[in-house]
Design a protein around this ligand. Structure first.
Ligand code: SF4
Length: 391
């Protein structure tokens, strides 16, 4: 029997755009109704009962802007037109400031069992800099509501590395999060993505980014603090799973996100969503209006498609593997390329081991914390070698 896939649904609405965010979303909420109708059509057009999913992930955007009745309608259609395993992980991303207590009770009653809250910080000055729509008090209240609704699998997102940040302010944020005993923490380093307002502000000199050495220290300290003092597993560069949880339902790692990092196929629905079937990558239109128009005339809203050759697939596998604590699996590499990972990359991995940036065990090669700091340049070394190769 083939592996269970992941289903991603992109909800393309936000109350307003955060200046650092490069995910696709619009703030014209009047299109919500037409969007839900279009999403329902996309599900029917892509209907395939051979597609078996054990994870469903409502991401965005701000999925919590969608009425629970509409989420239920979408889940019913997914159950009708695809095969869903008996105990799926169903996650929804929630933005504090968009939901009340009733909302949590409602989404629980329709089967959502994992909550991911975009907290980002518990400090007003940081929330203001990030132009979040919520205050620290609202963020805390929202977590309390999720706990009160008896959600056990609760993940919190935090951002660090803001201009002027230091170890003390960052550890204060982590401690504030830990006070709620989350089952999962995502700690994202602030990045300046091309096309965002913050990227332009940085270019114009309006923002002076935090010194790289300080950012690196914050990354290392986060990992050590959460793993050594609080029993978390640092399983992906930005992600931590708790082992001391409020009786987590499955594992506390995100089953859905692990599919992305280990090359498991996934189907993406909604504007800008990507899909991957191990050989082909495709992506939907990044425009809600066009997405709705296409589906109104019965057409799939696909913008592009790429058939990956063996080298591209291998680069992806190595790049995604290096993000995780497991690293790259030698057997998978051999199955894909016919090559022996250890001898093929001997000079690169040997050099990384000497610099204490990588570790080789019997089955995997993975990066150390120090190595993860240089993930992009290390990935480029592996990619360069793969693209010069013959497989
Ligand atoms: S709420 Fe989330 S998805 Fe929306 S703009 Fe802000 S960071 Fe991006």
């Amino acid at each position: 029997m083939s592996e269970n896939k992941g289903l991603y649904i992109h909800i393309p609405f936000c109350v307003r755009k955060c200046p650092y965010c490069d995910f696709y979303s619009i703030s014209d909420l009047s299109l919500k109704k037409d969007f839900i109708a279009a999403l329902a059509s996309e599900i029917q057009l892509r209907s395939d009962l051979r597609n078996r999913f054990d994870t469903i992930y409502f991401g965005g955007g701000t999925p919590s802007l969608i009425d629970p009745d509409d989420i239920e309608k979408i889940l019913d259609l997914i159950n009708k037109f695809f095969t869903i395993t008996s105990d799926p992980e169903i996650t929804i991303e929630i933005n504090p400031g968009t939901v009340d207590q009733e909302y949590f009770s409602n989404i629980k009653s329709i089967g959502i069992n994992r909550i991911n809250l975009g907290i980002q910080s518990f400090q007003e000055n940081k929330l203001k800099f990030l132009k979040r729509i919520h205050t620290a008090e609202k963020a805390e209240k929202t977590i309390d509501r999720a706990i009160k609704a008896a959600f056990k699998n609760i993940g919190l997102d935090l951002i660090y590395g803001l201009p002027g940040e230091n170890m003390q302010t960052w550890i204060e944020d982590i401690n504030a999060a830990l006070d709620f005993f989350p089952s999962h923490l995502s700690c994202y380093m602030l990045t300046y993505e091309p096309g965002t307002k913050m990227y332009n502000d940085r270019k114009k000199g309006v923002i002076t980014p935090l010194n790289e050495d300080v950012t690196a220290d914050l990354f290392m300290a986060t990992s050590r603090y959460l793993t050594e003092s609080h029993g978390f597993s640092h399983y992906e560069i930005s992600n931590f799973a708790s082992s001391k949880t409020r009786k987590a339902i499955h594992t506390t790692k995100s089953i859905h996100n692990q599919k992305y990092w280990s090359g498991v196929p996934y189907l993406g629905l909604g504007p800008s969503a990507h899909s991957f079937d191990t050989k082909t990558r495709s992506w939907n239109l990044k425009d809600v209006k066009k997405y709705i128009e296409q589906l109104k005339i019965g057409k799939l809203p696909v913008l592009g498609k790429e058939i990956l050759n063996c080298q591209q697939t291998t680069v992806e596998m190595v790049m995604l593997g290096l993000r995780t604590s497991h690293g790259v699996n030698f057997k998978k590499f051999k199955d894909l390329t016919g090559e022996n990972f250890i001898s093929y990359f001997k000079s690169i991995t040997g050099d990384l081991e000497l610099k204490a940036m990588g570790i080789m065990d019997k089955e995997h090669f993975h990066l150390t914390l120090k190595g993860m700091l240089f993930l992009d340049s290390i990935t480029a070394l592996f990619a360069g070698k793969i693209f010069k190769g013959e497989f």
